[in-house]
Write a protein that binds this ligand. Sequence first.
Ligand code: IPM
Ligand code: MN
Length: 356
Amino acid sequence: MKHYKIALIKGDGIGPEIIDEAVKVLDAVSSKEKFEITYNDYLMGGIAIDVKGEPLPDETISGCLESDAVLFGAIGGEKWDKLPRDKRPESGLLRLRKSLGVFANLRPTTVFDELINASTLKPEIVKGVDLLVVRELIGGIYFGQPRANDGNKAYNTMVYEKDEVVRIARVAFEAAQKRSKKVCSVDKSNVLEVSQLWRDTVTEVAKEYPDVALSHMYIDNASMQLIRNPKQFDVILTGNLFGDILSDEASMVSGSIGLLPSASIGGKVGLFEPIHGSAPDIAKQGIANPIATILSAAMMLRFVLDETSAANRIEAAVKEVLRGGYRTKDISQFDAKEVCSTSEIGSIIADRVSKI
Ligand code: IPM
Ligand code: MN
């Protein structure tokens, strides 16, 4: 029997609750598909600051590096916002991404027909949207040197080396080959040198993928086009900061940030997390939506463990449960037949997974 070692980072706020539900679903699918998972918990974020005095303890990095994949909930909260930047929960996550080498962040946005009214956009604009943001995750302005803030003057550096652009571009083109064969690369090359290198490099890499159509868009225009006509996009390829912004925007096309998963891959060990944050205001009330985390676990099965049928099972179960009208509170106003708690919906999905 195949056996996988998964590192769990529950983190802060609603993190522990949503990870518990993903584990429930993983246990159901693994017993059905005949593989075994052992889980090890590691600390990161605010809880790690409280317990260990730092947002990313060494044993978390080494534990993750010894695992087959990392499933992560969420971090952060007001309590730690006053700390210096490099001591905050977020810096733990950035350092973990860098330590794992996960340069490719895949953020799919799909619209569930059952929740078509959850979007603030008109149903005819969002129906059928299926796009993937491929965001470069361990370079660009997030990590560029020099950076400083002396109270009078502050700066950051947006820097990309050609190799970094080549490798993320390949991820986007390869993803497009399995989808609708279109890549739209987003930059600001009318103003920034770093974006000119980005654009020239992506154009060069595109020659290796003649079956994929490449277009380019400036970030300002892309932000507008994403709301005007999201269906024009298949794969959006972009850098770290633009990708951070565009993927939040894309999530609102689907209407429910609580449903969208992500995968960070390309490094030593893959990292899988919901795209939403730690939502401390609703923590420990049993109302958080665990579906984004459950779907992140499905991406983990698909992308690194190669358990495609298990991943399909989870995705199908989530669709069925939504079709059945089961809703957590955040989406309860959209055709709910039954409003469920975090753990109720997790159990319903786990139950469906075994029956599909
Ligand atoms: C995300 C988050 C992070 C980012 C923060 C928490 C550092 O917004 O995963 O999109 O900016 O990458
Ligand atoms: Mn973000």
